[in-house]
Ligand binder design. Sequence first.
Ligand code: ADP
Ligand code: MG
Length: 402
Amino acid sequence: MSLVVKKFGGTSVANLDKIRGVVKRVSTARSSWERIIVVVSAMAGETDKLIRFAHALSPQPVGREMDLLLTSGERIASSLLAIALDAAGIPAISLTGGQAGILTEGAHTRARVRSIRPARILKELNGGKVVVAAGFQGVDEFDEETTLGRGGSDLTAVALAAALEADRCEIYTDVDGVYTADPRIVPDAKRMEQISFEEMMELASLGAKVLQARSVDLAAKYDLPLVVRSAFDEGEGTLIIPESTGIESPAVRGVSCDSKQSKLTISAVPDRPGIAAALFGQLAEKSIMVDMIVQNVSENSLTDISITVNSDMAQHAEQIMVESNESFGGATISRDDDIAKVSVVGVGMKSQAGVAARVFSALARSRINIMMISTSEISISVVVRQADSENAVRVLHKEFIG
Ligand code: ADP
Ligand code: MG
């Protein structure tokens, strides 16, 4: 029997009218699909409001309580949608992440999906119901509520689609597909009809929040047909496909920007073997993911090491560096939150030389200072001042895409 998973983001369920709009779409979809699972995010703004409330009450809210608090947003949206579907004569049931069988590891606020126990969903689908699953959440082995990190409802949708062998997973959002850059920053960015998993993964992990990176990774693993479409119109959207096909790939397929980055610098550390190992060992032990690393060799056998981390982790990373610094002696630690990472992505880079040179000269012509550089096989990233970041995206988009 055919099965589709449709995920509606926060703006797509932002108010009662929008929820009625989702009911219409589900109603239409019933003529093409035998079984439908809908995954919803919290109504737009709801999660941020709950986070604000918690931080107003405590400087460091307990992770477990934050998880329980935040899962309520998706539950509200899913029950309201189930109520609205029912009122429209469409049998439906809403399920929490735990009820939907999403089992995760224990880590609060950024749990990983361990497995899916599909019995309950299957029972409801077999009973002829549309299942409305609350996104972004699961339960751990002790039945504690967990959340999957920002954008986690995308992961819920893909994980359910993969586990239940859905024919397709559709992500409905406030843009009508994946663009060559965030259309809020670049008004003449172009919608792509297709993009490869590899390029989408790179764009997403470098800041294009239209899809959560982990969800793209999982969809690729299961070869799951994944589509990004508008919740508000009927367009085809963008299909994420296994490989770039046909014609040669352009050097740059898209440009992305990540403002949630912080730079930490440890200055004047002794330039001798083992220092970096000690420092990064400490960070790894505390699960801090280090993104870029730059070392400047300086005079007098002293050196500077700069790293970037996600700004959510910056304070913790700084604290660890200050502590490990005590054993190095004499070094100073500084932190800079006013940075952003701008990246160009494309599989065509593998076979075309000179992309980096074009990135640097385009930015130089616009007098945008580059603070750090990193590359992968299919991307080039630069760190710039936050105030320069949107302009940098526009400049690079113009240079490579037009
Ligand atoms: P949802 O709440 O539906 O999950 P998100 O806000 O997470 O929606 O993602 C949609 C937003 O992603 C768009 O409004 C757009 O501003 C942003 N975005 C960033 N990069 C891109 C891109 N390359 N293509 C399309 N949208 C992008
Ligand atoms: Mg999202």
